[in-house]
Design a protein. Sequence first.
Length: 102
Amino acid sequence: MLSQIRIYTINKGEMDAFLKHFKEEVMVVHERIGVPIVGTWVNRPQNEFIWIRNYADKEDLEAKGKAFQAEVAKAGIKLGANVAKMEVREVEMAFTPAATRS
C-alpha cells in the first residue's frame, strides 16, 4: 500500500472556508473515484490542514490521479484557492500496529 501525507498551509483566515470546500467537494470526488481518505486533521496555530489518502500502489496513484483531475474538471471545482503552500509525502507502511490488527 502507498499512502500520501498531504500538508496544506491555508491562507490566514480561510480555514473554515477551506474545510467546507474540502468536505463538500474534494471528499465527494475521492469517494466517487474510490480513493480512501484515512483521516483529516487541523493544526490551527500553524494554519495547517493535514490529511492522508491511500492507494494500492504507484500505478493506482497515477490512474486515480488522472481520474480525480477529470472529475474535478467535469464538476467545475476550483482547487487550491485557499492554499498558500502544499507538501506531499509518499510513504509506505512499515508495519501494522497491534491495536489495528484483526
